[in-house]
Every structure is written in C-alpha cells, then in structure tokens.
Design a protein around this ligand. Sequence first.
Ligand code: NOJ
Length: 527
Amino acid sequence: MRRTTEGRRDEPQGTLWWHDAVFYQVYVRSFADFNGDGVGDLEGLRTRLGYLELLGVDALWLTPFYPSPMADHGYDIADPREVDPTYGSLGDFDALVADAHSRDIKITIDLVPNHTSNTHEWFRSAMAAAPGSAERERYLFRDGKGESGQEPPNNWVSAFGGPAWTRVPDGQWYLHLFAPQQPDLNWVNPEVRADFERTLRFWLDRGVDGFRIDVAHGMAKPPGLPDMDPRVSALSSGDYGDPRFDNDGVHEIHQLIRKVLDEYPQTMAVGEIWVADELRLARYLRPDELHLAFNFRLVLTHFDADALRTTIDRSLAVPMATGAPATWTLANHDVWRQVSRYGGGAQGVRRARAMAVVELALPGAVYLYNGEELGLANVDMPAEAMADPRARTSGPEYGRDVSRVPLPWEGDEPPFGFSRTTRTWLPMPAEWAPLTVEKQLEDETSTLSLYRRAVELRQKHPAFSGDELEWYGAPAGCFAFRRKAGGLVCALNTSASPITLPPGEVLLSSSPLEDGKLPPDAAAWLV
Ligand code: NOJ
C-alpha cells in the first residue's frame, strides 16, 4: 500500500512519503552521459527518468554534483551551492527536479558537512592567513607536537589510510578524516553552521525533497582531540569508542539541520552513520534529529539465514526504539556489489536476487544502488585505472571503483549507450552485453524484471502493510517471516537443498520453483 502505513509517533499517520519508500541511488558520474565526455551528468539522468519511472522507484538520491576537483569524486566540494560543469548547470538541475516531480519521483541530494575541498575559497584563504586567524578557525588547524612541532597533533588516522593530519608550510597541521584534499570543518565555529544552513535553504528553495548527509556521525570532534586507541584501524570508522566519530556534540548539529527542514513540509534527511551500537544509532533518530539513518547491517552480513535473521531483528530494534522507519540497503558506491560479495558468477546473481526479494519484503525505507537491478557484479580493473583515493592510500584491494563502473543501457558493445565516447571515465566490460537495460527489459526472467515486479507488488499489494514481523519455524539454513498486519510471507533458502514452502499463494520468487519447492539460493513471497 503506497504511502499509507504508520508514521512517526508524533506525526499524523500516512503523511510521510519516505516511510516505506524505495529510494534509488544515482551515482551521477556513472548513470548516463549526455554531453559525450565519458562522465555521467544531470541532463543524462533527466533523459533516463522514464526508465526510473518504469522501475517504479519513489525517490532518487543523487551523489554530489557540485564543483569539485574530484579528489574523492565529488565528496571534496569546492562550492556547495553550484553545479560542476562536468555535470551541467543549475538550470539542468532545476529541469531535472521539475521533470522528476512531474513523474512523481522525489529528488534527494547528498550534502557533505564534515569537510570541504582544499580548493574551497575558505581553505585557500586559510592557507594564505596566519596561524590563529579567523580564516584558520573555520577548519581544524593545530600546532604539532615535538620540539619544533614536527609531529602531528594526535595519532588519528584517516579513514582512507595514512595520517589524518597534513602539515602546511608555516608548520601548523590541519585535520582531515578522509583525504588530505578534504580538510575537516570546525563545527564549533558559528560561521560554519550558518553557511551550512544557507546551503540547506539554497537547495530546499530549488525544490529538493531531502538530503543524504555524508559522514553524519563525524562533524563534532571531542574537546582537546585526544589520541585514538591504536587498535582502531583506519578503515573501521564508526565504532563506538573511536574519538573521531559519534561524539555527543554531533546531535546538536542534527537538531540545527532538522529545524531548517521542519520549515519545509514533507522534506527529510537520512544520515550516513557507521555506528554499530543500536542504542547509539537510535540517538540520531530522536524526534528533533534525522528522519532516517542508514543501517549497513545487511551489507555486512553474509548469505546465511541465521545471520540474516539476527541482522533483521537487530535492525528492527532501532525503529522499535525510536518510532522512525527502518532503512535497508544491500549496496552503495563505497562497498562491493552484492553479486560479488555473495561469491560472484551465477550463484552470486541468484543470491543477490534472493536478497532483493528479502529486502523489498521488509517494512521501512529501502535504498537501491544503481546497477543492482541489472545484477551487475564488481568489475576487475588494473590498479592504474582506479581513481579512488582509498586505492592509493590503502591499496588497490580497497579501491571502490570496482562498483562504480558506468551503467550499460543498450547495444552490444561498450559504452552500451552510456555515452557517445568509448573513453568512459572507467572502462566498461564487453561481458556486460547480455546485461543491458534494453536486453533485460525484454526478458521476463531478467533481474531487472524481478526488481520491477517486486517494487510494484511492494507498493500496491495490501500484504505489505504494517511495521511488525513475526518469524516462523524453518528448516536449517532457511527462514520465513510474516508481515504481521498485511500478512505477506517471505521465505529464504540459504541451504543446499530445495525446501517446502509455507502454505499460501506464491506471489513472486527469485528463482523458478522446482517441483513446487524453493531451490537453494532463492527467496519467495507468499500470501
Ligand atoms: C562517505 C561517502 O559515501 C564516500 O564515498 C566518501 O569517500 C566519504 N564519505 C568522504 O566524504
């Protein structure tokens, strides 16, 4: 039932469009290239909105499209209130919003409050100014340790690997939790807060429906910037106890953001929050903070029914404690594609299809990552082809470009209608020929057809209503849950043998049934 389930306790029922929405993450660089430079752009996305309407998604999340030297593909922003010429213009953005709205698709965009680019005018003027100046106070400049300040102010490491501090010519150091080209802002400074508020209003006034807040657990730093426990690794950001993230001061910043959003009815914010502890995570969802918090548990759980059941139960503890909707995601631009995580090949695809059926059965908001609906896997690429800063600092095995390759739309060879040039920003594999949107739309058994049917059923069928689940007993390696109010049953088989399904009419299955049984690596819906 589209948009008619319960809302937050303090809101009237049935008014919150995001409560059970299907969001679709558009990695703008890789979605569709209109101007032929090999990089996706806003106009390319606009020309493909018909596809997204067909897929049936409720809302888009656009990755950053702001002016940027692209040290971290746009998460290093030089001006948060403009469009990078690579991606188009503000006029293109306005046209995109208008067109999407006319198709009943909401637009949400990425904001990056934790840091700017080192080419942002604020950072340039901080570099030109003296230690202790107002210009430096917008960032986290500190004197170093040691006799001549030759050692960094503390032992923090960057989430991309390597030290979190870089020294400038006059001897001071500045903090960057990510790449050196992404200096962290000083959120204690009222100017930083005021500027972010301006950015929120700038885009809200242009009609956006919401935001994805990057590193939403990162903006507040602990007083005195104490050393971190050296056992915390660079790449395991977000653990409770890591002084770089999830400091209590961050909540006041979310309250500030929420105050602005509350002035714009029906707008929302979702936080990227790598915090494992459910009680800590729930704090971000208090009624005066974020509307949604990403929950990465499904990304981190392997294909095993018991482990997945625990993940689902733990994830549901957060909405139960807060009244905010659950959120689910199997992939994004920072992690391996699920087909590869589940072992790759035909089995990886079967498992990924099964997990899409599980995910889309769950109550709450679902975030899909562009290309997962085509069953795409990671793309092997030589280290030289990788542009991700994490590949350089932590090693090619940590490079995220493998899941960011441009999408295959049509035709039999690269660039598959993504662009007019074959020189796409990341090379596209010839093996994707059978996986184009064009081919999959024509094939009822394709992964795209499965996603289309699943999204449509989820939105229209009354069996999907209500927020609570109950579990059935199931054979080893399997699970079955039921949406309590609507009655939808979802069964998953991660065992090696076919299983008998619970009673009911089969609405959908991720793989064909075998003699009426659910085969291994498959999931089904029943009513
Ligand atoms: C999270 C983003 O998803 C990731 O791509 C980026 O590198 C970091 N935040 C830093 O902004």
